[in-house]
Design a protein around this ligand. Structure first.
Ligand code: MLT
Ligand code: MN
Ligand code: ZN
Length: 308
């Protein structure tokens, strides 16, 4: 199985257009310790020929142009190795790239019924003609062979599993904080297997549940929510009023962080992804980066390939 990181940053990317935080300034200046990053998405393939994208970021056009394996095949006027897309929620940084794929190309669009309902309520997504781009609702917890637009299997099975999260920011609609957790299926993680190896993609997670810890155990690769190092880092840096908890993202550091809570859960290879530009992990020379490395974690970078 091949897993290519198309983008490793959270919504906004690094640098974010309007951000003057330390990381954004270093990335803008070309500091090699803080390379620029696009918004998170990964491509997975069993055979290197047909690929599924996990989420479609607003940077998808740039990501595909930078990724040789996703180029149209030789000898045909139109075509794409991308056979399918799987969505983990309806956040802008995970679905806006669908609009980039509006050129009459068939692929299958897989998501939970809840996420499909959000897309279905937004006519702009009808830019993807449903005759060419079938929308397939996946049952939570059920392992399903991934198919392309014609229903042909692409050699990968996928399981969507619910994780604690929140409704998309753009759908909050003034609701009270207590009502933002959303319903089951609003936020999911994805497990992908080629029958031999098993990888998990979890770019948003508010809490580690026992079910999630069980699923992580023994995985060959875990790509996990690395949005913030510490719950209050955006407030401390003067970037905004929100905590990570308010945004539906658990922190990496601290006694309640993913680094501590996933310790010993034992995914063979593990990396953080979906880092917000405020996160000190993004600087290769930070003590936080050294701490995660010492605990056996990587920080995924754009263009990186895993072969679990
Ligand atoms: C998030 O991960 O919390 C969202 O991407 C926020 C957003 O839509 O900007
Ligand atoms: Mn996001
Ligand atoms: Zn920034």
């Amino acid at each position: 199985m091949r897993v290519v990181v198309l983008g490793s940053a959270a919504g906004g990317g690094l640098p974010q257009w309007n951000c003057g935080c330390g990381n954004c300034r270093r990335a803008r200046a070309g500091d090699p310790a803080v390379p620029a990053r696009t918004q998170s998405s990964v491509a997975v393939s069993a055979d290197g020929a047909r690929w599924v994208l996990l989420n479609a970021s607003p940077d998808l056009r740039q990501q595909m142009a930078a990724t040789a394996v996703l180029a149209p095949p030789e000898g045909a006027p139109r075509g794409s190795p991308v056979a399918a897309i799987v969505l983990t929620n309806a956040d802008i940084d995970h679905v806006a790239g669908l609009l980039t794929l509006r050129e009459g190309q068939p692929f299958a669009l897989h998501a939970s019924a809840r996420v499909h309902a959000v897309l279905g309520a937004n006519p702009i997504f009808d830019a993807l003609d449903r005759a060419r781009v079938p929308r397939v609702a996946l049952d939570l917890g059920r392992r399903t062979p991934l198919s392309d637009a014609a229903g042909a299997p692409i050699g990968l099975d996928v399981t969507l599993f619910p994780v604690p999260g929140k409704v998309p920011l753009w759908l909050e609609g003034g609701r009270a904080e207590a009502e933002l957790a959303g319903e089951e299926g609003d936020t999911v993680g994805v497990e992908v297997t080629d029958g031999r190896r098993r990888m998990l993609y979890v770019p948003a997670c508010a809490r580690i549940t026992p079910a999630l810890a069980d699923r992580v155990r023994g995985a060959d690769l875990l790509l996990f929510d690395g949005t913030l190092w510490d719950d209050r880092e955006m407030i401390r840096q003067g970037l905004g009023p929100k905590t990570g908890a308010r945004m539906g993202h658990m922190s990496v550091g601290g006694p309640e962080g993913s680094l501590a809570l996933l310790e010993g859960v034992g995914a063979r290879r593990r990396a953080f992804i979906h880092m917000n530009n405020s996160n000190p992990l993004l600087a290769a020379d930070s003590p936080e980066r050294a701490a995660v490395a010492a605990a056996g974690w990587e920080v995924a970078s754009d263009g990186q390939e895993f072969r679990p």
